[in-house]
Design a protein around this ligand. Structure first.
Ligand SMILES: Cc1cc2nc3c(=O)[nH]c(=O)nc-3n(C[C@H](O)[C@H](O)[C@H](O)COP(=O)(O)OP(=O)(O)OC[C@H]3O[C@@H](n4cnc5c(N)ncnc54)[C@H](O)[C@@H]3O)c2cc1C
Length: 408
């Protein structure tokens, strides 16, 4: 027997439901799981990722949430939870707590004041549900006798064994270890023999080992960025180490290492028609001057050598202009990697949904064991979708526990 397990037996507590992780999903589940809930977290504060999310204003959901906005090996898995606890349900909760919010863009809803409002709301919901919260608590061994789970916890320097009928794993993914992300959920899944879809960073800036975009660092432009068959129309930002901005973060979740990405630098613009017009109206102007009307001047300078952007407008034939426009509409670059978990907003992959009930989030093979939120192989796009998944999956597990039906 593990030495901490022996000491733990001196102090043993029984709860109905033990939730590991006081993040978005764990707090939501705690508010709905009925009596006898204990939430534990090794962090000093609950909901740390909520606090820093959306630039401190938490993009807490998206008006357009649908299963198509999520990446998973089973694209149908998220439908049940998303359909039963919707964005409208969460908005109603936010409204009931009188939290002011606004739509920023593309259906993305943000707090007017602070992300801390959302944390306070979830804490209030937990208090209302009489769920207990232990912060600064370290997890040790997890045992299971076929009915109950026994978890060794260390709190205030003391070991304590907690026995629970239900164990909910809401410990998130691996993204941003500095904020307490550990990948614990994957270890617990492995401990109980549940399969994993290999985790990898998502919503992450892409890097180039030659730092070729260093001269463009800080330049932003609208673009359509496509990777792995998925294209996103949003801003693209050049950085010292590569490419970022919402369009790139979105595409990064579909990108496979070694593959090129395609960047359309002139989305939604009839650039060829416009340039032909300029050839009549501005024949003496340099091609680069005219292109700078449609693209950032620094980007045009950067591209000038590779695309041979020389001469005046009068010098350009139709064929030449068409070639330039085609190159700008499908600029292919191959990143060497990504910024990794250090800055990734989410972790793709996770507990294989084949092993879970889509209704309850319970492990099909282990009665009473649940996985919710980011540790499951369901990853949202940028724009409030990941929190909506945390709310919906946390709610689904909470409901099932309250109604005493964990099965598949
Ligand atoms: C910078 C940033 C900004 C983001 N902005 C948005 C946004 O605006 N909108 C959006 O929808 N999504 C956003 N996300 C994604 C979103 O934060 C996550 O998808 C969401 O928090 C996942 O919820 P969760 O409850 O599954 O995990 P988390 O919120 O990560 O919670 C997991 C909890 O488990 C605890 N834990 C981990 N390991 C252990 C351990 N070993 N022992 C004990 N406790 C442990 C952690 O301390 C944490 O409290 C953002 C992410 C980042 C990093």
């Amino acid at each position: 027997m593990h030495p901490t397990a022996i000491r733990a037996t001196s102090l043993c507590m029984k709860v109905q439901t033990l939730i590991i992780g006081a993040g978005a999903a764990g707090m939501m589940c705690a508010a709905h799981a009925g009596p006898g809930v204990l939430v534990v977290d090794h962090a000093r504060a609950a909901g740390e990722k909520i606090r820093i999310s959306g630039g401190g204003r938490c993009n807490f959901t998206n008006l357009h949430t649908a299963a198509d906005n999520f990446i998973s090996q089973n694209r149908h898995f998220a439908k049940s939870a998303l359909g039963r606890y919707t964005q409208w349900d969460f908005i109603a909760l936010v409204d009931a707590h009188r939290i002011p919010w606004h739509e920023k863009t593309l259906g993305q809803l943000f707090c007017d004041t602070s992300a801390k409002d959302v944390i306070a709301m979830l804490r209030a919901e937990m208090v209302r549900a009489r769920a207990e919260l232990w912060l600064d608590t370290q997890l040790g061994e997890i045992g299971h006798d076929g009915t109950d789970f026994t978890v060794t916890l260390t709190r205030n320097g003391r070991d304590q064994a907690v026995t629970a009928r239900n164990l909910v794993v809401a410990s998130g993914g691996k993204s941003i270890p500095k904020m307490g992300a550990t990948g614990l959920g994957y270890q617990i899944a492995a401990r109980f023999g549940l399969p994993l879809v290999t985790p990898r960073p998502g919503l992450v800036p892409l890097t180039f080992s030659d730092e070729r975009f260093k001269p463009l660092a800080g330049v932003a432009t609208p673009a359509r960025v496509t990777a792995g068959g998925a294209g996103f129309d949003e801003a693209l930002l050049f950085t010292h180490r590569g490419l970022s901005g919402p369009a790139v973060l979105q595409a990064s979740s579909y990108w496979d290492e070694g593959d090129p990405i395609s960047v359309n630098l002139t989305p939604g613009t009839d650039l060829l028609g416009a340039l032909q017009g300029h050839r009549h109206s501005d024949p003496r102007k340099a091609l680069t001057t005219i292109l700078s009307l449609y693209l950032p001047a620094r980007l045009v300078d950067y591209l000038a050598e590779g695309l041979t952007l020389t001469g005046t407008m009068a010098d350009q034939s139709d064929a030449r202009l068409a070639t330039i426009c085609a190159a700008l509409a499908d600029w292919q670059v191959t990143p060497s990697g990504s910024e990794g978990y250090r800055t990734a907003e989410v972790t793709l992959g996770g507990v294989d949904t084949d092993a879970l009930s889509s209704q309850t989030m319970a492990a099909k093979a282990v009665p009473g064991l649940y996985f919710i939120g980011e540790c499951v192989d369901v990853t949202g796009w940028l724009g409030g979708y990941n929190f909506q998944w945390a709310w919906s999956s946390g709610w689904a597990a909470g409901q099932a526990i309250r109604q005493g039906q964990g099965g598949s």
